[in-house]
Design a protein around this ligand. Structure first.
Ligand code: AQP
Length: 351
């Protein structure tokens, strides 16, 4: 049965990239699928170990989930550290995965920089914990931005190696399910999870540099639109966004080698829930002096209600904590059922 899992780190302000690339997809998927959405607080320790306002930031991401429209009664919303089975399975996956796999991750290379020897072991093993987050529920689909594609491929590699390494035990215990691998069907315990990536907003770029992704850690606040920015700030940032002097083209091919123009068209398409082609049909031939104000109005129209609702929710932290507690209890039951089987497959002495 399809099951959705995804997570967001409580590190700094959420931005338009997080919203269009991930959270908005979470909301759409909950209409037809069972979903588990997680604030991955353990992951955030790889970015910043000593974190004065980790609790508040965890509440803020939860508030963003709820304000965007995720229903915590029908689906599960919780913070990762409440369900210790994530860390337990991550350890097992650390023993399944190879160091070479981790070393190849572009996010690790970017974040570790030149001084790799000095990067934390947690930063290197980040994808192993991510695989555990997903596979502890045996989730089948993960909605994420394009930047997470490589980590999802690694999750599949870990699942596949576990299924292979323990194939006899899985068969012996009769706990396998049929897993489709290309044209072949194999028996395994963990599914080969599919990423849900795509649409015009799969990778939103910085407003200051069309070659860099919009990111929480960019030192320039003008590079991103934060979910909590007010209407004036959103308009100012879009007005100041880097562009070129040409008018917008009428065809998508005309956006090639115009990364900043392509980014703004993608943001418009994402917010309006349409395609880049449809945006160019409407604005092709127009100057940015016309397109930018239209984009600013649309961004304010879509984002301001979310920011308002987040502020309202943040005024009652007790309610948010209750949502996370309840979600954690429900997630814990599912995770423990799978972990019991994993411990049996491995042959750990229990009971
Ligand atoms: N620019 C982006 N465009 C589309 N999707 C994006 N995501 C992040 N940036 C973009 C997606 O948002 C989800 C949550 O991300 P995260 O908080 O887990 O971590 P991140 O990807 O590290 O976010 P940032 O802003 O990019 O942080 P830093 O600055 O630390 O690198 C994920 O699904 C992600 O794909």
């Amino acid at each position: 049965k399809p099951l959705i899992f995804s997570g967001v780190q409580p590190t700094g302000n959420l931005h338009l990239g997080n919203y269009l690339g991930a959270i908005r997809k979470f909301v759409a998927l909950q209409e037809t699928m069972d979903c588990i959405y997680c604030v991955v607080d353990l992951h955030s320790l790889t970015a910043q170990l000593v974190h004065e306002d980790l609790k508040d930031q965890t509440r803020q991401i939860t508030a963003a989930f709820l304000a965007a429209g995720i229903d915590p009664d029908k689906h599960i919303v919780f913070n990762q550290s409440r369900v210790m089975q994530h860390a337990e399975l991550a350890w097992i996956f650390n023993c399944v995965a190879r160091i070479g796999w981790m070393n190849r991750m572009t996010q690790f290379k970017d974040k570790a920089g030149k001084d790799r020897e000095n990067a934390s072991l947690g930063l290197l093993a980040y994808p192993s914990l991510m695989a555990a987050d997903i596979l502890v529920y045996r989730a089948t689909h993960v909605p994420v931005g394009d930047d997470q594609k490589q980590h999802l491929e690694l999750t599949r590699d870990i699942a596949q190696k576990f299924n292979n390494d323990f194939s006899h035990r899985i068969a012996e215990l009769g706990v396998g399910v049929e897993i489709q691998m290309g044209d072949e069907t194999v028996n395994g315990f963990f599914p080969l999870t599919e990423p849900v990536i795509g649409g015009p907003a799969a990778r939103i770029m910085s407003l200051r540099d069309g070659s860099k992704k919009m990111s929480k850690s960019d030192p320039s606040d003008l590079s991103r639109i934060n979910l909590t920015d007010d209407a004036d700030t959103i308009s100012k940032k879009i007005k100041k966004a880097k562009t070129d002097p040409e008018a917008l083209p009428s065809e998508i091919a005309g956006l090639a080698s115009r990364p900043e123009a392509e980014n703004l068209v993608g943001i418009y398409a994402g917010l309006a829930d349409t395609s880049k082609e449809a945006v160019l049909k409407e604005y092709g031939g127009q100057q940015f002096s016309v397109f930018k104000p239209a984009l600013a109005d649309l961004a304010v129209e879509k984002m301001a209600p979310i920011a308002g609702e987040m502020r309202r929710l943040m005024a009652d932290p007790g309610h948010i904590d209750g949502v996370l507690r309840n979600g954690g209890e429900r997630a814990g039951v599912l995770a423990e059922a799978n972990m019991k089987t994993v411990r049996d497959i491995i042959g750990l002495l229990q009971g």
